[in-house]
Design a protein around this ligand. Sequence first.
Ligand code: NI
Length: 179
Amino acid sequence: MAHALEIAQLGAPVIRKEAVKVTDIQNPELQAFIDDLLVTVADEGGMGIAAPQVSVSKRIIILSPKPNTRYPYAPLMEPTIMINPELTWASTEKEKDWEGCLTVPGIRGLVSRHQTIRIRYQDRNGLLLETEYHGFLARVFQHEVDHLDGLVFLDRAESTKDLVTEKEWKRIMASHNQA
Ligand code: NI
């Protein structure tokens, strides 16, 4: 039975390691791990997750955006498993917006990301797929792929002054919604 895995938090060495390419997609153990990762991201209510976040240093991410209280503007998408994901093109236009991370609880930050990207990945059957993302999905993809390179969103902040606690972030959001 698939089960939720423990989230590695900032400070765990695995979060700072470069993850290795997956070459044995059909391996039953790998397929079972993907099922566990799907359960974990659903359980945690994350917009996405990367394998290193559950202490598995392999190039696998899941995008699973859905609107919730933190991200009311998130699109609803079936959880999408991406193996060996890569950027093949990125717009020069960037966009700054809030991010958070299961690995960095209690902190949120304003992070600049490419607005539009083209990407390539393999699905869980090993099929090579290409697509283009814009806005929120492009942001989630870039955030998750950073985890595969040992980076977290804190590293992408232009200034530490763009980092806030979750409590203060809620206050900022509430005041924006009133304006
Ligand atoms: Ni993250």
